[in-house]
Design a protein around this ligand. Structure first.
Ligand code: HEM
Ligand code: FES
Length: 380
């Protein structure tokens, strides 16, 4: 969070996450480089340095594919959210493995080049006008350059320095990097440099990624439609039934003008906040309440339920909204309150409200025993 510059804000979860990742990568490389040549005669025939560059290359590709799959997977099924949490470290480690692959290539193929190895790579093959024999390494270089730039700018310092819009645009280049790797491997295989298993893995990953992105997009569109059809009373939008809420979790939806809102239930009270994290726009509502603070699932930014502010010394803030319950239905006023406005969490009435039968007539703003969340400004 934006308190003071620290290269990495370590915590126990990040350490466990990174340990898992590094052990997984180590195991993959060991199986590829040590076990496979012992078990397979075909693998043993390939020269060790070439086998090594294939191990690093395929590992980098698998990591990149997983990174791209995490986003849609987490949108389809919340159980994948823990993997999303530390995707930044995942990306940096992937760039590191890709660098090892490129280094192995340069050290082997251009070991005796009289000029710099990188220059030699650029000028060694200029067959740009043929498919078989095209300098596929250039596509590898393009994706490596993108991965390295993304790793270098992954720190939050760059997010605020470049502005979220530019930063997000820059990091969307990951899709260009992925497309470029597909071309890299496919064209490499055509000149005989790749093995068929890698080619099949690449094709399968492409199909899986496209399917996941389409499914996540459809799921999101369906969710939006449900809330677009929700009953509206004056400015208030019905968010669902009290019984639909799970302790410590949120129900998400959109206001009439498309504002994304998350309503959390915590200790029998409801709080409505923006569903857009002030860090990188993560879905706050897919997180949970941890020690009384709403915790964004993407990178763990936290917000207070009553005013949407991060606890000191952090300064992030998200909007608050007013919430009411009537006859078991939860209503939200989608008009965003000024940043920092305090709205005390709304206690869920024990029984259905017998006085206010129709919010269209009396309006959820009616002062009643069920309307205690008087808003006070400037809470932070
Ligand atoms: C400067 C950047 C790069 C260069 C010069 C480069 C070069 C090469 C070369 C020469 C091969 C063929 C190796 C062989 O003889 O079998 C290869 C294969 C491969 N590269 Fe790269 N590469 C680069 C970047 C990348 C990146 C960024 C990735 C993935 C994120 C990647 C993934 C692969 C894969 C998956 C293979 C196929 C391995 C196999 O056949 O099993 N490369 N690369
Ligand atoms: S913590 Fe990064 S998007 Fe919410």
């Amino acid at each position: 969070m934006s308190h003071a510059y620290k290269p990495v804000l370590w915590n126990r979860t990040k350490l466990i996450y990174d340990a898992f990742l590094l052990v997984g990568i180590g195991a993959y490389l060991w199986v590829f480089m040590t076990l496979a040549p012992m078990l397979s005669a075909a693998a043993a025939l390939v020269e060790a340095p070439i086998w090594k560059m294939r191990a690093f290359g395929s590992c980098a590709f698998i990591l990149l594919s997983i990174i791209l799959a995490i986003g849609p997977l987490a949108r389809i099924d919340a159980r994948f959210l823990p993997i999303l949490y530390n995707r930044r470290h995942f990306g940096v480690i992937t760039a590191g493995v890709a660098i090892l692959h490129a280094k192995a290539v340069l050290d082997w193929y251009f070991a005796f080049a009289p000029i710099s190895k990188v220059d030699a790579l650029f000028i060694s093959n200029t067959s740009f006008f043929q498919v078989i024999g095209f300098p596929f390494e250039l596509f590898g270089m393009l994706s490596l350059a993108i991965l390295v730039v993304m790793a270098l700018t992954s720190h939050d310092f760059w997010l605020s320095f470049l502005t979220p819009r530019v930063w997000k645009g820059l990091h969307m280049l990951v899709y260009v990097a992925y497309g470029s790797v597909i071309l890299h491997v496919a064209l490499g295989a055509l000149v005989g440099g790749g093995n068929p298993v890698t080619l099949m893995v690449v094709a399968a990953s492409l199909i899986i990624l496209i399917t996941l992105h389409l499914r996540a997009g459809l799921a999101e569109a369906r969710k939006d439609k449900v809330f677009a059809d929700a009953p509206v009373a004056g400015a208030w939008v019905a968010f669902g039934q009290v019984d639909d809420f799970i302790e410590g979790r949120a129900l998400m939806g959109s206001g009439t003008a498309g504002e994304r809102i998350a309503v959390f239930k915590f200790k029998g009270r409801l709080s409505a906040l923006s569903n857009v994290c002030s860090h990188q726009g993560g879905p706050v509502g897919e997180g949970k309440v941890v020690l009384g603070l709403v915790t964004c699932p993407w990178h763990g930014y936290q917000y207070r339920l009553e005013d949407g502010c991060s606890p000191p010394p952090f300064k992030e803030r998200i909007r608050k909204y007013r919430v009411r319950v009537m006859n078991g239905t939860v209503w939200v006023d989608p008009t965003p309150l000024p940043l920092g406005t305090v709205v005390e969490p709304y206690p869920i009435p024990k029984t259905a409200n017998p006085v206010i039968a129709n919010p269209e007539i009396s309006g959820p703003e009616t002062s009643s025993p069920d309307a205690p969340d008087t808003a006070t400004k400037g809470g932070h």
